[in-house]
Ligand binder design. Sequence first.
Ligand code: FAD
Length: 461
Amino acid sequence: MQTYDFVIIGSGVSGGRMAYELTASGAKCLLLEAGREFSATTFPAHEIDYSTQMFWGGGLEISTDGNLGFLRARCLGGTSIVNQALLDRFDDVAWDDWRHRSGVSYFNKTDMEASYQAIEAKVKISEIPRSQYNRNAQTFTKACEHLGYEWKKLKRAQGECALDKGSDCIVCLGGCPRDSKQSSLVTTIRWAREKGLRVESEFEVHHLSDAGDKVHVYGRQRGAETEVVGRRVVLAAGAMGNTAILLRSGYQKELPALGHGFACHPQYMTYAMFDEPIDAHKGAFQAVASQDPRMRKQGFKLENVYAPPIGTAMLMPGFGPNHQRLMRKYRFYASMEVAVRDEPTGVIRVTRGDKLVVDKQLTAQDQDRTERGLKLVSELFHAAGASEIVSCTQAFGLHLMGGCSIGVDARKAVVSPDFRVFGHRNLIAADSSIFPEAPGINPSFTIMALSHRAAREVLSS
Ligand SMILES: Cc1cc2nc3c(=O)[nH]c(=O)nc-3n(C[C@H](O)[C@H](O)[C@H](O)COP(=O)(O)OP(=O)(O)OC[C@H]3O[C@@H](n4cnc5c(N)ncnc54)[C@H](O)[C@@H]3O)c2cc1C
């Protein structure tokens, strides 16, 4: 059996970046991904099809108490295929809190700057010009300006979206049909393949065994039990994926923090009905967001988003004629989302029946932040002239973080500051699973930066 220098499990934001950095250094690498490989021409066109074919749990996973839904992609390129490609650097608040909780000294703007810059140097990044804002973005900015709140243009990892030719970016929630979105698939994985990376999709890793100088990785590929071997293994299967693999490998006893510290930035949609069509599903999707120090201090931010029809139908309250009345107004809604910086109190576990579950209840602080955010959204929409406000009670976690948190103390963390699992020098992780707490900021850019830093660290020692 061939032994790879590195076996990388998971092909999302972190897996793609690690695969590229390690392959480019001359290492022999194998990238494993549980989901299928799609491309710009084969992404399923309809919402129901991409949800069922490209997400874990057939579209949605739910916390054990049913109060939170989780979205995580299962396809080559991972969640970078379905995300909105918004790239935000961490601010001092996020780095200071992370450093304080984890004890990791390089969690500061200065030490992380080179890694952010290395990503920016190779990925296309743009802002949507104000002349191309759709009416949902115009409503957002107008409302913020009316009530005196600061907003910002979002930085998006995208190339040529042809918005002036009628492209609707909401389609990209099921994969970008133009290869404009800078997902791992069209950036790091493509570059790494050109340098010799081997990719195996539809390979779901179940567990691994770390014996001496080799790590054996066991799983199933298209139904068949399969084993691969690497000198080192990069765990890049995300918060839920990495935690499940380590739990199934029997590391719980030696790593007491394993599975703990899960957070997800719970997001709540509010729809506001207007007398004229808003057509929030048309044109540039998610061009702006809040950037107000008062909101940052209160632990939430506001996003300028919308949802496709099935997602909206799921979010809308009521049944029968009441639900139909709301859905008929699909073109007449603007919407905003409150994203809460939640406390890392969730627990990821694997049941005796081998099922992955997440226990996550919102704390009193989380609920207080949510209520403040929702109240403000309501005020903003009223100021913009909404005729009716529809608040959605179901929260969703799109930024799944923790479970294998990084830190200096093996009793409280799973991964050490050199990105190795405590007690297992050949197991490496730098993805969303190592987040010591929720930053309250979009995570992808920092996942890329951490992975860039981790690759350098691993190659130099
Ligand atoms: C709809 C949506 C929009 C978002 N928008 C943004 C945004 O605009 N900006 C931002 O910063 N963040 C955004 N996010 C969040 C962001 O995309 C994630 O935080 C990020 O992708 C996590 O990166 P990762 O590498 O840790 O995991 P992922 O990108 O999720 O990759 C993990 C990969 O591992 C695979 N995997 C899991 N388990 C196994 C296994 N056992 N065997 C083999 N493979 C496995 C998965 O299938 C997946 O492909 C969004 C998320 C969603 C759902």
